[in-house]
Design a protein around this ligand. Structure first.
Ligand code: 6GU
Length: 226
């Protein structure tokens, strides 16, 4: 997979890809992540990328030209499966969306900033609009990191034990069951007996029952939706 991330502040995007699972995914060549600074596509001598909005109102708008130039240049180099605009008025990110995006070859992630981007460039290039929740961030950069992380960890081979993504919370619309590691007793609190029984089928049944119980308690909406 290849992900191209376009932003006015690409520097804040980089460090999450330089540690842990995302770093290893890049080293093992499961994914390439390229960063593009919108200012590099400004033809203005001050590298201007934003301007006042027509009709008045608070907040600056990202100008169409630098975005169009950057995306057009990328599109001329390869075919993109989706051109995603990260925006609070997009569709709220959920696990199924991450699952489906993890199967794509080439993605562009465009980070909004200030009030957002000019509507015309949105209509011209954007194929999918994603929000990461009902609250407002100062820019789409953090959302692009969240989306990239959710996608990249699902690419086959990225996680050591490939079944581990399948047992995540949300993969079957259930939250994950409780997990334990050594010691078997900690400050008087014991690990549930069944987990140490070695009885695989009973362990699975216990985990399913726990997942259902926890989901009913914490997120009944996930069950009601079905
Ligand atoms: Cl994608 N962008 C911004 N600016 N705020 C958000 C968001 C995105 N998703 C939730 N809040």
């Amino acid at each position: 997979m290849r992900i191209d991330i376009i932003s006015v502040v690409p520097d804040i995007l980089k460090s999450p890809f330089e540690a842990s699972i995302l770093k290893r995914a890049i080293e093992k060549k499961h994914v390439e992540v390229h960063f593009h600074n919108l200012r590099d596509y400004s033809k203005n001598k001050y590298k201007q990328v934003d301007d006042y909005q027509y009709g008045g109102g608070a907040g600056m708008v990202l100008m169409p030209e630098p975005i169009d130039k950057c995306i057009s240049q990328l599109k001329a180099e390869r075919n993109y499966d989706e051109i995603v605009y990260l925006t609070p008025d997009g569709e709220t990110l959920h696990q199924k969306m991450a699952n489906s995006l993890s199967l794509k070859q080439n993605l562009i992630l465009l980070c909004g900033h200030y009030k957002g981007i000019d509507q015309r460039v949105r209509e011209m290039h954007i194929t999918k609009e994603i929000s990461i929740g009902d609250y407002v961030l100062s820019g789409g950069e953090v959302a692009a990191i969240v989306l990239s992380d959710a996608i990249i960890r699902l690419i086959p081979g990225v996680l050591n034990n490939e079944t581990s993504a399948l047992t995540d919370s949300f993969q079957d619309d259930l939250l994950a069951p409780p997990i334990y590691t050594r010691p078997a007793e900690y400050k008087g609190k014991k690990v549930p007996e069944v987990l140490m029984s070695g009885h695989f089928k009973k362990i699975e049944e216990w985990r399913e029952a726990q997942a259902l119980k926890i989901t009913k308690q914490k997120r009944p909406d996930l069950i009601d939706e079905k």
